[in-house]
Write a protein of this length. Structure first.
Length: 94
């Protein structure tokens, strides 16, 4: 499984429409409206890296209202449970 974080800039006033369209795209698992340099963050979960190029260029960049994307490929996932276990191990050794 390949996970990617896609940072999305959207035309003013189009965030809800773009978010709805994102959730209809196969491979997009979650979408968040955010504050900062980007308007939306989408989480993509796909089977192979090759699918990511198609997802972004053939699907996301064709959604009306999206002006730009920046895609980050995740190397490894860390959950809060994993982080808690790491801290517990470190504390036991000291």
């Amino acid at each position: 499984m390949v996970t990617a974080v896609i940072l999305i800039t959207v035309e003013q006033g189009k965030v809800p429409d773009v978010a709805d369209a994102l959730m209809r795209v196969n491979g997009i698992a979650e979408a968040y409206s955010v504050a900062g340099d980007y308007d939306l963050v989408a989480i993509a979960r796909i089977r192979q890296h090759e699918e990511l190029a198609d997802l972004v260029t053939a699907h996301l960049q064709r959604i009306p209202g999206i002006t730009s994307t920046n895609t980050l490929i995740a190397f490894r996932a860390y959950s809060s449970k994993d982080l808690e276990a790491m801290w517990e191990l470190g504390m036991d050794e000291g």
